[in-house]
Design a protein around this ligand. Structure first.
Ligand SMILES: NC(=O)c1ccc[n+]([C@@H]2O[C@H](COP(=O)([O-])OP(=O)(O)OC[C@H]3O[C@@H](n4cnc5c(N)ncnc54)[C@H](O)[C@@H]3O)[C@@H](O)[C@H]2O)c1
Length: 252
């Protein structure tokens, strides 16, 4: 069967674990060479080791412009092109309401979840325009619904949806820009916001139950499948779109 990203080069930020790792694996399965960016060099290398020669680990912090600039240049040098940028790196941020969110936590969340995609997009744009490529941003179902104790996270993801739409218009005819909006996904991020001890399993089960379709958490590969679709020519007429992969969470 023809592979959908044959001879393409994709950059995946936050590729060291969780959803980013699954995206890197899925894009590599379809023929892409994947630049696995992560601020955690060992994690990026661990993902590279899973890609059977179809990946290259690059240490980079998406909040730091010189780091982003160097990483994009390194990715472009791998095969002389960049076809796909997946802005996946993100953090949960402070798990408290606004009154208890300190300025540093607020700013960190904006820096990783919103400034990171802005910087990576800005530096990748000339390469993506040269290939007629595309950007896929990983936002969240929480871009569309309010959620308790997530003062910073939801606003950054709503803004990422808007960044997607604005870029889709500004670069129409040159590149496509879309986003994927997951519900709760089984990754280290979600484990990091669970309560301690026995309550963790119950909280995880509850996260699953609130998704009407199957009453379970998503697996990272289910998010990666949507990214693959948007990154491939199968989505040739889709730009500015937000695909919800949330098991119906936001329907009610
Ligand atoms: N897990 C979920 O339930 C869920 C739901 C909706 C959306 N998302 C989004 O999906 C994306 C991935 O989430 P995940 O659950 O896989 O997270 P994760 O915490 O498991 O993995 C995130 C990866 O990003 C890297 N990273 C963090 N900050 C970085 C930075 N400044 N520069 C470079 N790399 C950085 C980390 O080192 C890590 O490898 C995030 O944008 C997240 O907001 C996750």
């Amino acid at each position: 069967m023809a592979r959908r990203l044959r001879d393409k080069v994709a950059i995946v930020t936050g590729a060291g674990r969780g959803i980013g790792r699954a995206i890197a694996q899925r894009l590599a399965e379809e023929g892409a060479h994947v630049a696995c960016l992560d601020r955690d060099a060992a994690a990026a290398e661990a993902t590279q080791s899973l890609l059977a020669g179809a990946g290259t680990a690059i240490q980079a912090d998406v909040t730091d412009e010189p780091s982003v600039s160097a990483a994009i240049l390194a990715a472009a040098a791998l095969r002389g092109r960049i076809d796909v940028l997946v802005n996946n790196a993100g953090i949960a941020g402070p798990q408290v309401p606004v009154g208890e969110t300190d300025l540093a936590g607020w700013q960190d969340t904006i820096a990783v979840n919103l400034t990171g995609p802005f910087l990576c997009s800005r530096h990748a744009l000339p390469h993506l325009i040269a290939t007629g490529g595309s950007i896929v941003n990983i936002a969240s179902a929480l871009a569309f619904i309010g959620w308790p104790n997530e003062a910073a996270y939801g606003p950054t993801k709503a803004a990422l949806v808007q960044l997607t739409k604005g870029m889709a218009l500004d670069y129409a005819g040159k590149i496509r820009v879309n986003c994927v909006c997951p519900g709760a996904v089984r990754t280290p991020m979600i484990e990091s916001v669970l309560p301690e001890g026995a309550a963790a399993e119950a909280a995880l089960a509850e996260y699953g139950r609130i998704h009407p379709l199957h009453r379970r958490l998503a697996e990272p590969r289910e998010i990666a499948d949507a990214v693959l679709f948007l990154a491939s020519d199968d989505a040739s007429l889709i730009t500015g779109g937000s695909i919800l992969v949330d098991g119906g969470l936001t329907c009610g």
